[in-house]
Design a protein around this ligand. Structure first.
Ligand code: NAG
Ligand code: NAG
Length: 367
């Protein structure tokens, strides 16, 4: 309590004294300048034990090469600093960083609206930060694909339509890619991603994710959902658990064969007619995959570090080993660091940040 009050009065003072610092919470304009505000990442090289993939230039940066670890993330201007830190953290901890291929999804409609770089501009910026990174930036027009499927009250309450891009990865990403790790942009990985990649999805299992079976699953759906037998029968005979869709291994071949995008869209269409849930992109995943998810060790998604919707609330790490930290929730570490009211866990994010921070001589603002 005392500490909280101290921090808030400190923030107030720093806001008054340093208005320009306080307002610069993330880079909002990333245009022609090659890497505005970002410094180049170190070069990360494969260890001797790594399997050698075919040469890089075998078409499309060699996306179809064997032995690659495929990682998918979205890109937008608000979370870009988080995405860059996430990529940096993955490379830094990987035993074979040159074998990782990144699939980025960006929305050309938001750049047309002037709020974001185009997919090609994102590619140029990324190349200047990570000169040897193997990646592609795919355009995904979320207005075209998702907007009609999102009910309007939810659209204003939440989120970026790009949150729904994860449901379309199987059609966005090259067909030669048969599985992918999807990651949110507000994460860092502090372990070798190869370990996560080697998780087997056996039988008919399409996705793998850490599950949280102690969470009350009932509350993710409305009464209207539970009282309608045609809806609630979805979970009959299953033991569904909550899982966070910010970290998932997806078998894209099984996904394509089973048209899971269509299954997710079907629930979104139902939601437009009958309010069956309150949240945005998560519940359709729970509906389609709940009870049929391969459970990955919890260490791969220490989520909730952003805190809940109470201003200035900090979360601490759950006990036990940690391989991936996830600032889900309202607070983001780069915003809190810039505003000089970081939570203790934000200092674990900070070393991965490549944003060349403020001050004219590269000096980092600190207190
Ligand atoms: C995105 O899709 C919408 C709706 O179909 C269309 O009007 C718009 O021109 C598209 N934008 C881009 C940049 O492709
Ligand atoms: C779970 O949540 C529902 C709806 O909010 C509530 O009615 C039910 O009692 C809760 N169950 C448990 C075990 O807490």
């Amino acid at each position: 309590m005392v500490r909280c009050r101290f921090i808030s009065s400190f923030v107030l003072v720093s806001l008054l004294l340093l208005p320009t610092l306080a307002s610069r919470s993330f880079p909002t304009k990333l245009d022609a300048n090659p890497s505005p505000g970002y410094r180049e990442a170190p070069v990360y090289r494969n260890g001797d034990q790594c399997q050698i993939s075919a040469p890089r230039d075998s078409g499309e940066m060699g996306v179809c090469r064997p032995f690659l670890v495929h990682v998918a993330m979205t890109l937008d201007s608000v979370y870009f600093r988080g995405s860059v830190a996430a990529v940096n953290s993955i490379l830094r901890h990987a035993s074979c960083p040159e074998n990782i291929f990144f699939h980025f999804v960006a929305d050309p409609a938001s750049s047309a609206a002037g709020s974001s770089p185009t997919p090609d501009e994102f590619a140029t910026i990324l190349r200047s930060i990570f000169p040897s990174l193997a990646f592609k930036v795919y355009p995904f027009n979320s207005s075209d694909r998702v907007k009609n499927l999102i009910s309007s009250s939810i659209r204003q309450a939440l989120d970026n339509p790009l949150n729904y891009a994860r449901s379309y990865l199987a059609e966005i990403i090259d067909p030669c890619v048969s599985r992918v790790i999807y990651l949110d942009s507000d994460i860092i990985v502090v372990d070798d991603i190869q370990k996560l990649w080697s998780t087997a999805l056996t039988g008919s299992t399409v996705i793998g994710a850490p599950q949280y079976c102690h969470a009350n699953f009932t509350k993710y759906f409305t009464n209207q959902f539970w009282v309608r037998p045609d809806f609630s029968k979805t979970f009959r005979g299953k033991k569904p658990c909550y899982f966070n869709t910010g970290v998932m291994i997806m078998d894209l071949d099984k996904w394509r064969r089973g048209d899971f995008t269509g299954k997710i869209e079907k629930w979104m269409e139902i939601q437009r007619e009958t309010r069956i849930y309150e949240l945005g992109s998560l519940p359709p995943f729970l509906l389609v995959f709940g009870g049929e998810v391969h459970a990955i060790d919890d260490r791969w998604n220490q989520h909730g570090l952003g805190g809940d919707n109470v201003v200035n609330s900090c979360r601490s790490l759950h006990p036990g080993p940690v391989s991936l930290l996830h600032w889900s929730g309202k607070g983001k570490p780069w915003v809190r660091l810039d505003e000089r009211r970081p939570c203790p866990v934000d200092h674990l994010w900070e070393p991965h940040d490549l944003y060349r921070q403020r001050g004219h001589n590269g000096r980092r603002a600190r207190w």
